[in-house]
Design a protein around this ligand. Structure first.
Ligand code: AMP
Length: 279
């Protein structure tokens, strides 16, 4: 695997290859969720590029940034084993030259004001800032994203449209632990007792999906919230979204693609997950 730390080395190398590039941007502390994206990219492209960059401008909570796990040696081993071709490992000063560690502002509309946008002010402008830089550095044909970060997928699709970039996004399914907990770099920060309770998120989302034909969303939400509270969660939101209109719904509607999205903290560790529902 080739490892590059600067755009100056990366770009000419990739351009000289002149092949289809699949790109998997990450913040490292890699797990099977990330590796599944690498595998899909490898199957669909001539060359796969993974980036690892813990982007300071997308952390609205400085403590979350400080505590973000960094496991570069293990990440390199996992990527080698998965057959990843190129790893881009830029520094903060490479991505934000001149010490200007600030986000651009993007017209993201409703996406910036609901759910993650509402609860993490500035987060998506930070994400878009770094993703725009990375896309211009890597110049991929396809971009691989995980459905676990459902709203982020919508935001990045919007960014690509806003920038008129000719890049296809490929949304890959959420990889889960055996008990249903969505794999996440933050899971390693969970205390042992919290780790087993964390599966409640998936149980609640599954329960809502199983019962949406017979029970109203407010009723399902009420039971879901109390189960989450019993498990020790401080829920930030458990909401129903109509995917096409980006409207938060008060109840299920017919003939619609919807998603139930959760965010909350368990023992100070913030976790998110979602499930899609087609009525
Ligand atoms: P992150 O390193 O958390 O920024 O994630 C990098 C990419 O991996 C994003 O597109 C995530 O949505 C994706 N990802 C993270 N966790 C999972 C998972 N459990 N299953 C599938 N994709 C994931």
């Amino acid at each position: 695997m080739y490892i590059f730390k600067t755009e100056h080395e990366l770009k000419p190398f990739l351009r000289a290859k002149n092949v289809n590039i699949g790109f998997v941007p990450t913040m490292g502390a890699l797990h099977q969720g990330h590796i599944s994206l690498i595998q899909v990219s490898k199957a669909e492209n001539d060359l796969t590029v993974c980036s690892i960059f813990v982007n300071p401008t997308q952390f609205n909570d400085p403590k979350d940034f400080e505590k973000y796990p960094i496991t570069t040696g293990n990440d390199v081993n996992l990527l080698e084993a998965a057959g990843n071709d190129v790893l881009f490992l830029p520094t903060v000063s490479e991505m934000y030259p001149g010490g200007k560690i600030v986000s651009n502002v993007y017209p993201l509309g409703d996406l910036d004001h609901i759910l993650e946008g509402k609860h993490r002010p500035g987060h998506y402008n930070g994400v878009c800032t770094v993703v725009e830089k990375l896309l211009r550095q890597v110049e991929p044909h396809r971009l691989y994203l995980g459905e676990k970060d459902f709203q982020q997928c919508l935001v990045i699709n919007k960014l690509i449209n806003l920038l008129h970039l000719n890049i296809q996004t490929v949304i890959c399914p959420t990889q889960r632990e055996q008990d249903g907990l969505a794999m996440s770099s933050r899971n390693v920060r969970l205390a042992e007792t919290d780790r087993s309770r964390a599966a409640t998120i998936f149980q609640v989302l599954g329960y809502i999906k199983q019962n949406f034909n017979t029970t109203s969303f407010p009723e399902l939400k009420k039971s879901g919230l109390s189960l989450l509270q019993e498990a020790g969660f401080e829920t930030e939101y458990l909401e129903l979204l109509e995917i096409d209109s980006l409207k938060i719904l008060s109840d299920f509607i017919p003939n619609s693609k919807m998603a139930v999205l959760f965010a909350g903290k368990l023992g100070g560790v913030r976790l998110i997950d979602n499930i899609q529902i087609q009525s």
